[in-house]
Ligand binder design. Sequence first.
Ligand code: BV8
Ligand code: ZN
Length: 251
Amino acid sequence: MSDTEQDRVELPSPLADALARTERWLVMTGSGVSAESGVPTFRDAQTGLWAQYDPQQLATPEAFESDPETVWQWYQWRRELIRETSPNPAHLALAELQRLKQDFVLVTQNVDGLHQRAGSTNVVEFHGSIQRNKCFLCHQPGPESDAPHPPDCAHCGGLMRPDVVWFGEAIPGAALQAAGHAVEGCDVFFSVGTSSLVYPAAALAETALARKATVVEINPNSTPLSSHADFSLRGPAGVWLPVIADLVRGG
Ligand code: BV8
Ligand code: ZN
């Protein structure tokens, strides 16, 4: 991201005032925040081998039950791709904002672990993490593995799967509770890099709007949230979030 891009954007002054004045922030991110790291977004056309699969079909327990090899290999391909990426200025700005604000909660729909690699802590992993494995049957955690086939569970002999939340699966209770608590108390709610299509994650913005928190969307494209948000900042997260971090730092 070149400086000129950052120089070209300017926060609306009412938003700049609100961001400087408030201390209780909730930021919800989607795969768009990792786009500038080179991680394809969830609904982007999948490249190469996976072009013929629909991620929404692959990220389901049914897909794993009927074809564990293909689903496992899809995640191995994504793990390899994520290993070769690094956090981008959007991730780094969020890690800094967590240090600058008194009550800052980061909820992510992403499973790539890039927020943690950028220095964010206590990240609420709403959809789990691709970095961990668990047993499909007994849910016991299992070791990382670069095996081309899903390893067997040491406890019950079931198959290992990535510790992510698939479509039709419940959000982990602790994550749901942490996000629910944070959205009830936030002054500012950011929706960054998400198409706002997946529930119940997308419901967090609706709760923030109902509570009259200041709702800010950062996305190069419009989404179902755009017309309802108080501020819709068109453009990449890697441009807007460093501008916001500069403002809060007093730069
Ligand atoms: C559940 C992990 C019930 C796996 C994922 C109402 C209520 C509850 C559920 C539902 C409901 N209606 C429908 C449902 C079912 C379903 C759902 O929401 N379906 C949708 C598609 C209609 N929800 C579920 O199944 C959820 N579970 O509800 O269970 C239940 C309850 C109790 C007991 C049992 C069951 C579970 C959903 C979780 C699915 N797992 N991921 C994996 O990753 O493999 S979801 C997947 O979508 C990813 O996590 C991703 O993060 C998430 C959201 O997608 P986005 O992140 O928004 O990505 P997308 O590509 O769509 O958009 C990218 C955006 O970035 C774009 O807008 C683009 O413009 C922008 N962008 C691009 N570049 C940039 C950028 N932005 C900023 N900067 C840039 N540079
Ligand atoms: Zn098991």
